[in-house]
Design a protein around this ligand. Structure first.
Ligand SMILES: [Zn+2]
Length: 326
């Protein structure tokens, strides 16, 4: 008996199934502690490997949609290995974090292979590939940045399944780290939506507000604190809507809706926010069509929150989102 790879569609909440919250592979967590089984699965010629290079992996376009290109275990480059799960045919999937100097195309003979990122390809991949790539990038980024024991400083050793590391000196176990972050759809009594431009973004690129949950703080408090710090707007009626991982490098995005009482003046924190303003649906659509507003990519929970409020899909707008988006 294993946990279903996919959550029932009725259980995912008001935002529906988010691009990076999908999966079609059973994580088979009960296998992780069985080193013999893990070794046998790695040696199985049917095994498929997602090779991660700096938060990207090789893919190719088939019928207009991207899909992952897997390595065999024999062809995969050396690097930290981790078990991702099993599909319905009992095929095992692993990830390998390739070393920085590795040539991404070296192990593949495919001429049409290209590097895929979650930002660009996340919403276009199949459920299986979206889940595998998100899981693999998250673990690769953790292994790449958590190489030593936080207690004694010794180099840690990944467990056979790569889901934890162990300190050889004091025996402590270390698990993957996540940074919880809140991202919020703020509306006013006229049902307008608050968008802001990060001070580092070019003009025209705006999104919903977001920020990290601090130690000892609830997610709901973080919503109210971040909105107030960045725009001087107070909010209430804070309601959780849904979540998705954003493993660049290790965020878990918690999506909320919050209501701002009427009669408040926006005052932005100029160190963080370039500008912030309310949009009606008509204003938002007109700004996008005029090339004056570009939204976050469809793989992001930011985009889903805005479209949840808007009541349908919106175009990207001019100006690509090349900077990190949430
Ligand atoms: Zn240690």
């Amino acid at each position: 008996m294993s946990v279903p790879a996919e959550i029932d569609g009725s259980d995912v909440g008001p935002l529906g199934r988010l691009a990076l919250s999908r999966s079609a592979v059973d994580r088979a967590t009960q296998r992780r502690s069985d080193a013999e089984w893990i070794e046998a699965a790695w040696a199985d010629p049917r095994t498929r490997v997602v090779v991660v290079h700096a938060s990207q992996a090789l893919g190719r376009t088939v019928d207009g949609r991207p899909e992952l290109v897997f390595a065999s275990a024999a062809d995969a480059p050396a690097g930290t290995r981790f078990f991702l799960g099993l599909d319905d045919d009992e095929v095992a999937y692993f990830g390998v974090s390739a070393p920085a100097e590795a040539e991404p195309w070296a192990w593949s003979s495919r001429a049409d292979a290209e590097l895929l990122s979650l930002r660009v390809a996340g919403a276009l991949l199949s459920d299986r590939d979206a889940g595998l790539l998100t899981h693999a990038i998250a673990l690769a980024n953790w292994h790449d940045t958590h190489t030593h024991c936080p207690k004694c400083g010794a180099a840690t050793v990944p467990a056979p399944a790569g889901h934890l590391t162990v300190c050889p000196v004091d025996g402590t176990e270390h698990f993957p780290r996540l940074d919880p972050a809140v991202i919020m759809l703020v509306t006013d009594p006229e049902d307008r939506c608050l968008l802001a431009r990060n001070a580092l973004w070019p003009k025209g690129r705006m999104s919903v507000l977001a920020g990290f949950v601090e130690p000892g703080e609830s997610a709901e408090h973080a919503v109210a604190r971040e909105v107030f710090e960045e725009t001087a707007i107070t909010v209430g009626h804070i309601r959780y809507l849904g979540s998705q991982p954003w493993p660049m490098p290790r965020s878990l995005m918690l999506g909320f809706q919050a209501a701002a009482p009427a009669g408040q003046q926006i005052t932005v924190d100029a160190d963080e926010i370039g500008e912030a303003r309310w949009f009606t649906r008509e204003q938002m659509r007109a700004a996008i069509d005029a090339g004056e507003l570009a939204l976050a990519p469809t793989s992001s929970i930011a985009r889903r929150l805005i479209e949840f409020w808007y009541g349908g899909e919106l175009p990207d707008g001019a100006g690509a989102w090349t900077a990190p988006a949430r």
